[in-house]
Design a binder for this molecule. Structure first.
Ligand code: MN
Length: 616
């Protein structure tokens, strides 16, 4: 039979009463009994009516189905019906107009039949039933609908539809689940009403907590509106069952920032009614090997997201870039994200390029309010995580201190965050955690190490394992660093620049172990620290040079590495130059054949930069 629009026959669901019956509409009924003057029928167990004998078209037996048109509903509640016999029609379920059960209260209705109104957030076809994830703003619920094993139930219901659903509340694998007996798309006014309610509930609920920061900081206060905006977007994504991908710089600061948000999100997912799988399906965290959101990263993220949309009926994700994401190096990836309308949020403390903001839904960056990189991503991430989910504060209070020592912050906030946790985590302990994170991330490579990292960061509060693991990782890391320095330090070449700065050059590939810890960036940092100690109070610039890249560190020289890189790219034809980073810590890439020219150009620029004399 073709799908012919036209006559609708309504099926009155079990919990409906007379108030859901409308004059002029056609209903499916069952014959209940006979009288001289006509036939009694039931529209459901609660609603009965009479077909006067003058309105009967065919002969019936008891329990026969019959289609009836409502002629009149009398004030005494009697219904006058007429039998009709349309040849072509389709049926719609009429559901009770009573208040729908709110999903956050679902557990109170275990074993009972409920009606739920909401928006379809995910449709997953299993080898058994079809699982619809419904969000009504107050929470999320899974509903199983079964027609035949592996066959999509209610194929007319699509992702994002407003629906009304009736079913029994059960537990399945110790999770609440509604066994669907009817599911229908709500269109017109009803659909709009549900959507408006959903919007109002979710807007109010997404509003983050208004908590004071863990420390006093003018810069953080100025960033508060932007941080609240990010917290709200993330809360909304959770309540709407939109998956979240956190991408972060693969160092201690980036890890602290990202894990803080990860813990806030997974905690809230559970509170919102998502099942245990959601920790992995709804929230992914991954380090970016490069200090920006590389094409390799977006390609991988998009590949997974598009597959998940097909396989699991998931929405496309929100992308959160942490300790990454605010410079022009991120632009190629962000243009791809924009094609698929992935919302992107950046929480970063690298010197931002303004042009990037056109790609972003929100951007927290201390440079926007006159601050600098001394406010680490870990500080920002931890404070935003508290706004998202205050309950996790105890697990993450020390993250800002770890990130501050990891990123060598010299901002006043560093010491405030360190003293906040001094009783539990000494500065030395924080440094060890930061080094252990860097070291472990090197071996984790592209993996997030979600559970291992929790031991290193002492989220698990398993003091025995935490201490032994940190001890071991720190010893190994320091051993590897010492070995690297023993090989490399004799090959450091120093000279004095016009501006009085000490310049040190060293080849991080010829005179260092490759493909092991510490990698070139970290190696250069270690050399720089040693050189600064040898020249206290004096301006020092260190350049670790590789075949087609160089890593820069400086102290006491007012450089702007991203600007120098841009200038060199314009000045040196055929240099193949790119790069960036912080103002005084960064990297530059070039083609191998132009190495000498590029390094000379770079050194000339450094020699013209102003120095801060007597800097400590
Ligand atoms: Mn950082």
């Amino acid at each position: 039979m073709g799908l012919e629009k036209g006559i609708i026959v309504y099926h009155l669901s079990a919990d409906c009463t007379l108030s859901e019956v409308e004059e002029g509409k056609i209903y499916i009924a069952r014959v209940q009994g006979f009288a001289n003057f006509g036939t009694f029928v039931q529209l459901n167990d609660r609603v009965k009516g009479l077909i006067h004998k003058s309105n009967l078209k065919t002969r019936h037996n008891e329990r026969d189905p019959v289609l009836v048109k409502v002629l009149a509903i009398r004030s005494n509640g009697n219904i006058d019906l007429e039998e009709v016999t349309p040849s072509v029609y389709h049926t719609e379920v009429v559901v009770k107009k009573s208040a729908a059960v709110r999903l956050k209260e679902l557990s109170q209705y275990l074993g009972r039949s409920v009606r739920i109104e909401g928006i379809v957030a995910q449709i997953k076809q299993t080898s058994g039933p079809t699982i619809f994830t419904i969000s009504d703003g107050s929470g999320i619920g899974n509903a199983a609908a079964f027609i035949e094993a592996g066959v999509r139930a209610y194929p007319e219901v699509q992702l994002g539809d407003t629906v009304t659903m009736i079913g029994e509340v059960m537990t399945r694998n110790s999770q609440l689940q509604v066994e669907v007996s009817s599911l229908a798309v709500m269109t017109g006014e009803d659909g709009e009403r549900v959507r408006a309610t959903f919007e109002a509930v979710i807007e109010a609920r997404a509003e983050p907590e208004d908590l004071p920061f863990l420390i006093k900081s003018e810069t953080l206060e100025k960033l508060k509106p932007a941080m609240r905006k990010v917290a709200k977007l993330i809360r909304r994504a959770i309540f709407e069952a939109q998956p979240i991908i956190i991408r972060h710089h693969a160092d201690a600061d980036g890890i602290c920032a990202a894990v803080a948000i990860e813990l806030a999100v997974t905690g809230l997912l559970r509170e919102n009614g998502s099942d245990f799988d959601a920790d992995y399906f709804m929230m992914k965290r991954a380090p970016s090997k490069a200090p920006f959101y590389e094409l390799e990263d977006i390609t991988r993220d998009l590949d997974f997201a598009l597959k998940d949309r097909i396989r699991y009926g998931q929405k496309l994700p929100m992308v959160i870039l942490m300790d990454n994401g605010s410079t022009m190096e991120d632009e190629p990836s962000l243009t791809i994200a924009r094609i698929f309308r992935l919302p992107v949020i950046v929480v970063d403390h690298h010197h931002p390029d303004q042009e990037i903001d056109q790609y972003l839904r929100a951007h927290v960056n201390p440079y926007h309010v006159g601050g600098d990189f001394g406010i680490t991503s870990g500080m920002l991430g931890t404070e935003i995580a508290r706004m998202i989910n205050p309950a996790i504060e105890g697990q993450i209070r020390h993250f800002p201190a770890v990130s501050a020592v990891g990123d060598r912050s010299e901002a006043g906030e560093r010491s405030l965050y360190l003293s906040l946790v001094r009783d539990e985590y000494s500065e030395e302990h924080c440094k060890e955690i930061a080094l252990a994170l860097d070291y472990e991330q090197f071996w984790l490579r592209f993996n997030d190490g979600r559970e291992i990292v929790k031991y290193i960061l002492d989220v698990t509060k398993d003091a025995g394992v935490h201490q032994s693991l940190i001890r071991l990782l720190v010893d190994q890391a320091n051993g590897a660093i010492e070995e690297q320095m023993a090989a490399l330090m004799p090959h450091v070449e120093g000279r004095r620049l016009h501006n009085g700065a000490h310049l040190f050059l060293f080849d991080v590939e010829l005179f260092a172990h490759k493909f092991t810890f510490p990698p070139p960036g970290k190696t250069s940092g270690e050399v720089h620290d040693r050189l600064c100690k040898e020249h206290p109070g004096e301006p020092v610039v260190s350049i670790g040079v590789g075949p087609d890249f160089a890593v820069l560190r400086s102290k006491g020289v007012l450089m702007n590495i991203p600007r120098m890189v841009r200038e060199l790219r314009d000045e040196i034809t055929g240099g193949g130059i790119s790069g960036g980073g912080h103002l005084v810590v960064g990297s530059i890439k070039f083609v191998e054949g132009m190495r000498t020219t590029v390094i000379e150009g770079l050194v000339a620029k450094i020699g013209r930069a102003e120095t801060q004399s007597g800097s400590a």
